[in-house]
Design a protein around this ligand. Sequence first.
Ligand SMILES: [Fe+2]
Length: 265
Amino acid sequence: MSFLNQEEIQLTKEYTDSGYIIRDSAEISSIHYLRDIIVRAASKILNLEFPNNPELFLNTIHQKLAVKDLNSFRLSLIQSINEDSNFRFHYYQTAKPFLHTLVGNELSMQLRVNLSIQLPGDDSSLLPVHSDTWSGDSPYEVVVWIPLVDCYKTKAMYLLSPKNSQNLIDDFKNRAGQNSEELYQSISNEVEFLDIKYGQILVFDQGYPHGNRINEEQETRWSMNCRFKGVFTPYGDKKIGEFFEPITLRAQSRLGMNYKFPKSQ
Ligand SMILES: [Fe+2]
């Protein structure tokens, strides 16, 4: 029994079958807002003018930045992101209708948005294959992943499909190997690198194995990620208040939480 409408059923099926959906942003002006904040902060750190072509600027940042400076550069940018009081609002706007269908309309959002930068050939900022749930995240969390440049092949992230994840989990003892690289090799023919363009958003289930490889393309990858979950769904290691905060609580939930029964004496 489901009272979802046709459009919701379609999105739900696609997400459940693939472990992700990619859609044009629900609010393209919000994506531009996010990119502008980052490009402005990046050009300031590098003592450059705001570029005429932000996409080219981001794609070729490796020509202006040494690998050794990458992490401090990235951390400064994350600080700028999180100092902007509208950043998370616009982040949410990009995915709002998809989150409402797949997760719910009373949402908790991660307090700090993350930024990843993968320079071509750089092996210092790789994310080995993992599921966030394996290290304590709640299986009720989704990740909204937003690229700031077009991502394809090894410039993109990869995800293992629900079907292949099930096969892996059923035979985990034999396939896990001694380390995460051996685990990756056991699924390397099955993972899908998720092609996604600037202006689109990805929502994926972080409970399926995912990660990235050395970016072997000629351009730098820039992407942001942030978790969302239903406010009243179970929390894992990432708690409400310290990691998540409710962003769309509804009237009766607020009233219910504050409800007091009459005193009997
Ligand atoms: Fe992850």
